[in-house]
Design a protein around this ligand. Structure first.
Ligand code: DX5
Length: 228
């Protein structure tokens, strides 16, 4: 398990001052942000284009583009060209996950695979050797500010066991409802990449919120490590 990273999601950012918010969390030690991309078809919302990945890259972050879109292989090149370091596609949007992940890697970026709450963990386990990140959605994708679905944590635990058993270099990410009261459970289950939108950019002081979440995640990581 890697040292947990708290990954602020731009979806919760204040578009009138997003650059300042990004600079604030960067100064607080944040190195990775997530761009939630929505096409209004795969999910009932429309969000960001590649320019938001370009903005985040210009601020010095590792950028992941989470493609909640029905045609991820059409969109992936746009975000790769805009500077995304990792592109995550949804299992539910592709016929052959391994082939799709290889196509994403072929763009020169890391590849992630995500499952919605209603999709079992099996396809992620089957594709683990082909991806750099496995994402367990802990909300129904489409909107920020939803409640964390703790019943998704067994999927995280199953992924953690598989990644550790196979010695894979694969992040295990959760996304949705991650905050002060839920991040320890997510990290304790084995997640080492924790996407947080509202809990960071929705807070009065996003830098302080980031630092507090990171401390909670790393304390849970240390407690878990001491048990093994
Ligand atoms: C859902 C989005 C959200 C977002 C995080 O499609 O992916 O999960 O990143 O939102 P919060 O942290 O506010 O739940």
């Amino acid at each position: 398990m890697k040292t947990p990273e708290v990954v602020p999601s731009l979806l919760a950012g204040d578009l009138a001052r997003l650059g300042a918010q990004l600079d604030a969390v960067r100064a607080a030690g944040c190195g990775w942000v997530s761009v939630d991309v929505m096409d209004g078809h795969f999910v009932p919302n429309l969000s960001f284009g590649p320019d938001f990945a370009r903005l985040a890259k210009s601020r010095g972050f590792f950028v992941d583009a989470h493609l909640m879109v029905s045609n991820p292989l059409a969109a992936a090149p746009w975000f790769a060209r805009a500077g995304a370091d990792l592109v995550t596609i949804h299992q539910e949007a592709v016929a052959d996950a391994a082939a799709a992940l290889a196509a994403v890697r072929g763009l020169g970026v890391r590849a992630g695979l995500a499952v919605k709450p209603g999709t079992p963990v099996a396809p992620l386990l089957a594709a683990l050797d082909s991806c750099d990140l496995a994402l367990v959605m802990t909300v129904e994708p489409g909107f920020g500010g939803q409640a964390f679905m703790a019943d998704m944590l067994p999927k995280v635990a199953a992924l953690r066991a598989a990644v550790d058993a196979r010695g894979l270099d694969c992040w295990i990410q959760v996304d949705g409802g991650v905050g002060a009261s839920t991040i320890a459970a997510a990290a304790g289950a084995g997640a080492d990449s924790l996407v947080a939108g509202s809990a960071v950019f929705g807070a009065p002081d996003c830098a302080a919120a980031f630092r507090a979440l990171e401390a909670r995640a790393r304390a849970a990581f240390a407690a878990k490590a001491s048990q093994t």
